[in-house]
Design a protein. Structure first.
Length: 237
């Protein structure tokens, strides 16, 4: 039978893969439903309400998954540096909260776009409401990514110190999340700014990382675990 910590490492790997899958699907569905054009929000929502609802549901599931993922990380990495792990845990709880705020913005956008809210208002007023809810949705997403990056720097730093994963994987995560953090700081400053090369490079470096990390933890979890001193120790499967 696997030791408890080994099972936690496997669960952690599965959680990384699940959160990656739901967030990717939610983002693709949301972009397809809205078309990425704020000037045609009402038409896009009216045309693709079910797609947008599916995207929103997946974002809610992702938020719950992030909270579970943070809890597993705390259980696995907490012994390496408890204060830092608790700080990282708090940042990812804030990330999950921002996803909930973004979901509320999307629900408001759906209500206006499908005609279930704003009855009696003029077309310009409906467009203003749609723009407001869209702004809430997008701003919450930016903040969610910002909180994710800050927490991610701490988590991946703990992975590097504890040797839970090979150093090159932990270093990859830290570089990728640092690039994402730089991009998110630019967006937090002014969403109208073009990220250009910085945004493309951040996505290129980080997007493949979570599937690699999750797969490694899931497949190798039975072979290694962290100890209270933060060193990696081989244990029987």
């Amino acid at each position: 039978m696997d030791a408890p910590n080994d099972r936690l490492v496997r669960y952690l790997g599965a959680a990384f893969l699940a959160v990656f899958a739901t967030s990717l699907a939610a983002g693709l569905l949301g972009d397809a439903a809205l078309g990425g054009d704020a000037s045609t929000l009402l038409a896009s929502v009216a045309t693709n309400p079910e797609m947008l609802r599916a995207s929103n549901l997946l974002w809610v599931v992702t938020g719950l998954g992030i909270i579970a993922l943070a809890g597993l990380l705390l259980a696995v990495l907490g012994e390496a540096d408890r204060p830092l792990a608790l700080i990282a845990f708090g940042w990812w709880l804030a990330e999950g909260t921002m996803l909930a705020v973004g979901a509320l913005g999307t629900y408001g956008l759906l209500a206006v776009g499908t005609g279930t809210a704003g009855a009696g208002t003029t077309a310009p007023e409906q467009a203003a409401l749609a723009s407001l809810f869209y702004g809430i949705r997008e701003s919450a997403f930016t903040m969610h990514m910002l909180f994710f990056c800050i927490g991610g720097l701490a988590w991946y730093g703990l992975m590097l110190r504890s040797r839970l994963v090979p150093r090159w994987i932990a270093a990859w995560g830290m570089v990728g999340v640092a690039l994402l953090l730089a991009a998110m700081l630019v967006m937090a400053w002014d969403r109208g700014l073009e990220l250009g090369i910085l945004g493309g490079l951040a996505m290129l470096v980080y997007v493949p990382f979570e599937p690699v990390l999750g797969s490694w933890l899931l497949l190798r979890g039975a072979g290694a675990r962290t100890t209270a001193t933060g060193r990696l120790r081989e244990v029987p499967a």
